[in-house]
Design a protein around this ligand. Structure first.
Ligand code: SF4
Length: 305
């Protein structure tokens, strides 16, 4: 029973695609975010850390140096193929020429087979899609779009700064240019219930996305969410409740979607709550146990009606 494939795991997907283990090199491309610099908003999404995610990446402005440093580290010895992943802030928020310069600065080693870009859907346009598509001859190209929730009320509360229709338009445009799309959603957003998760899963299922990242909400230092937490207006989910929501998400998710992650990964020194967030294995093992015991798998309750 334990060897039954319960869901589409990213490492297996990459192994099939590239014929061997393929790892990600996380890059801080030195970008900012329109939800931070005043273009869309000033304070950012309420959960966003000071470095716009990717807090574990060493501060280093030179992109090529970051890649070279990675290849000198012991981590690079664990595989022969790699995907450069532009993680911090909004990695399509610049002129096309600057974007090209930054992406090219990372694609400097023959072992690199892919380019993955995390961004906001309101920072996708035709020129950016053309630029990204220009890499598809040589590289696997994938764009990760933050959605978090399909509940527009929650989206306003978390200060996401765009409506669901913007996400839909970005997915359509990227797919038109043959670029893989990964949706990023969060479980445990303020005041959200299982119904909200059901709606979000239903919403992503209706989009031609290729992958999904599922992230529990955690509270990190110097965020609006931290203020809410300290004032008693927000408390994160316990691990058991999170697992229950996660199982719902996976069993209702379209069966072809690749699951890139199933929990958040806050740096220990910034994490305020929940404490269980540092035990990634609790979620990984807890999920496997739950799915095996109940004989459940990805998409078992998916319906396209
Ligand atoms: S869009 Fe991303 S980088 Fe910008 S504020 Fe929100 S979470 Fe942070």
């Amino acid at each position: 029973m334990e060897n039954v494939k319960r869901y589409n795991k990213l490492n297996e997907y990459l192994k099939n695609k590239f014929g061997e283990r393929t790892l990600k090199i996380c890059i801080d491309g030195g970008f900012t975010c329109p939800n931070r610099d005043g273009t869309v908003g000033n304070s950012g999404c309420i959960f966003c850390s000071e470095r716009g995610s990717g807090d574990h990446i060493c501060k280093q402005n030179d992109i090529s140096k970051q890649v070279k440093k990675y290849f000198l580290s012991y981590k690079s010895e664990r595989a022969n193929k790699f995907i450069v992943y532009f993680q911090n802030f909004t990695n399509t928020y610049d002129s096309v020429s600057n974007l090209k310069e930054k992406y090219d600065a990372a694609l400097i080693d023959n072992r690199i087979v892919g380019l993955e870009i995390a961004t906001r859907p309101d920072c996708i346009n035709e020129d950016i899609c053309k630029l990204l598509a220009s890499y598809t001859d040589k590289y696997y190209v994938c764009v990760e779009l933050g959605l978090q929730t399909s509940n527009e009320k929650t989206a306003k509360f978390i200060n996401r700064g765009y409506e669901n229709a913007v996400f839909t338009a970005a997915v359509q445009m990227l797919k038109l240019y043959g670029i893989d799309v990964v949706a990023h959603i969060m479980i445990g957003l303020p005041d959200e219930t299982m119904d909200d998760l059901a709606n979000t899963i239903d919403f992503v299922n209706k989009h031609s996305i290729d992958g999904i990242k599922i992230h529990n909400v955690y509270v990190v230092k110097n965020t609006v969410l931290a203020d809410l937490y300290y004032k008693g207006f927000y408390s994160p989910m316990g691990v058991d409740e999170y697992l229950e929501y996660l199982v719902y998400a996976i069993t209702h998710l379209r069966p072809d979607i690749v699951i890139h992650r199933i929990s958040g990964d806050a740096p220990k020194d910034l994490l305020i709550a929940p404490e269980w967030n540092v035990h990634k294995k609790w979620v990984l093992n807890g999920l496997d146990k739950f799915l095996n015991e109940k004989n459940l798998s990805q998409g078992i309750y998916y319906s396209n009606l």
